[in-house]
Design a protein around this ligand. Structure first.
Ligand SMILES: [Zn+2]
Ligand SMILES: [Zn+2]
Length: 341
C-alpha cells in the first residue's frame, strides 16, 4: 500500500480577482532550490498584478512575495543554506549569475530572474520552493511576522532612499502613508533627511509626525508642489502611492537636480511637462526593490534603528479577506499572514 501523499494548504489565484484555499501535494526542491515551511507572508499591493491577472501568467498561481520560513529540505548542489535555517524571499526570486546583467553585478536586473508569486508560486501557503540565489538571512532580533513586510515594503523604500541623490539634511518627500510610505517615513528620518510626508486629507498629519516626518502636506487642502518649493524644493520625492495624478503634481516641487522615484506601479500614465524636467535638470526614475544582500541590509538597519511595520495579522484561510482589505486601502498598514494561526 502506498502512503498517502503529504499535502499543504495554499491560497491560489484561480481566475482574475479570485482567491481560493486549496491543498497541494508537497513538492521536493529541484537542484539549486530549497523548500521552506512558511511562517509568515506579507500582503503587498503588487500581489494584484497576479491576482487581477495584469501580468501574462497562467492560473492557478499562489501570490505573495514577503515570505519568511524555515528550510526543511534542500535540493542538489545547495551547500550554503542548511535545513533549519530561517530565511526570507522577496519579489525578486533569485538571479541566474550568468546573464549579461549578472556578469556586471547587476543582480536586480538579471534577465533570467523569476518574480515570486508571479512566475513561481509565492507565500500565501504553508510551503514554498525558493531559488537559492534569492534567499535572505533573517536576523534573530526579528520574529517572522516582523521580518516579512520588510522584505518588499521595507527593502523597496530603504534601498531607494539610500541609493538616491539625497544626502543627510536634504529635503525628502514621501508621497503616500500606506504600506510602503509608513516605512519610508521612518527610514528617511533615521537616515538623517529632512522628511515631509504628503497624503490626502489633514487627518493623517499626526500619524505622519509620529512616524518621524518633520512636516506634513495635505495634498487635498494644499498645493503640494508649492509647499515643497516653499520648503526649498525636494531633493527626492519617493512616490509610494500608485496615484499618477498626485505623483505628477509634485514634479515642479523638486529642487534643481531633484529626483522623483516611482515605487508603486500605477495603471495610469504620468503626465510630465518637459520644462519641469529641463529647467532645473530634474529626473524621473523607478526603483525595483533590491538584491538579497540589500534585503539583509534593510533588516539590519531596521534592527539597529528599531523600525518595524505596523501590521494586521491574520491566518492563511483569511488571506482572501485580507487581500480585499488591502485593495480597499483599509489595511493599517500592512496585512501579514501567520501560518501558525
Ligand atoms: Zn511587494
Ligand atoms: Zn542573470
Amino acid at each position: 500500500m502506498t502512503p498517502p501523499t503529504e499535502t499543504y494548504r495554499a491560497v491560489q489565484a484561480t481566475a482574475p480577482g479570485r482567491l481560493a484555499l486549496t491543498d497541494l501535494p508537497l513538492p521536493d526542491p529541484a537542484a539549486g532550490h530549497v523548500r521552506l515551511r512558511v511562517e509568515a507572508c506579507g500582503i503587498c499591493h503588487s500581489d494584484a498584478m497576479t491576482v487581477e491577472g495584469a501580468l501574462p501568467i497562467g492560473f492557478p498561481r499562489v501570490p505573495g512575495h514577503e515570505v519568511v520560513g524555515r528550510i526543511d529540505a534542500v535540493g542538489e548542489g545547495v551547500t550554503d543554506w542548511a535545513v533549519g535555517r530561517r530565511v526570507g524571499v522577496g519579489y525578486l526570486a533569485g538571479h541566474c549569475g550568468r546573464c549579461a546583467r549578472c556578469r556586471r553585478g547587476d543582480f536586480v536586473n538579471c534577465e533570467q530572474q523569476p518574480f515570486t508569486g508571479v512566475h513561481a508560486d509565492g507565500g500565501y501557503a504553508e510551503v514554498l520552493i525558493a531559488r537559492e540565489s534569492g534567499l535572505v538571512a533573517i536576523p534573530d532580533e526579528l520574529d517572522s511576522l516582523e521580518a516579512a513586510p520588510l522584505l518588499c515594503a521595507g527593502l523597496t523604500t530603504f534601498n531607494a532612499l539610500r541609493d538616491s541623490a539625497a544626502r543627510p539634511g536634504d529635503l525628502v518627500a514621501v508621497l503616500g502613508i500606506g504600506g510602503l510610505g509608513h516605512l519610508a517615513v521612518q527610514y528617511a528620518r533615521r537616515m538623517g533627511f529632512r522628511v515631509v510626508a504628503i497624503a490626502r486629507g489633514a487627518e493623517k498629519a499626526s500619524l505622519a509626525l509620529e512616524l518621524g516626518a518633520h512636516d506634513y502636506i495635505d495634498s487635498v487642502g494644499q498645493d503640494a508642489a508649492a509647499e515643497l518649493k516653499h520648503l526649498g524644493g525636494a531633493k527626492l520625492v519617493l512616490a509610494t502611492a500608485a496615484n499618477s495624478a498626485a505623483t505628477a503634481a509634485l514634479i515642479s516641487g523638486l529642487a534643481p537636480g531633484g529626483q522623483l522615484l516611482l515605487l508603486g506601479i500605477g495603471a495610469e500614465p504620468i503626465p510630465v511637462s518637459s520644462p519641469d524636467l529641463i529647467i532645473g535638470e530634474r529626473v524621473i526614475g523607478g526603483s525595483l526593490t533590491g538584491s538579497p544582500a540589500d534585503s539583509e541590509d534593510t533588516l539590519a538597519f531596521s534592527v539597529l534603528q528599531d523600525i518595524r511595520a505596523t501590521t494586521e495579522v491574520v491566518g492563511l484561510a483569511d488571506a482572501p479577506a485580507a487581500y480585499a482589505r488591502m485593495m480597499r486601502n483599509e489595511a493599517r498598514f500592512r496585512m501579514v499572514l501567520d501560518m501558525s494561526r
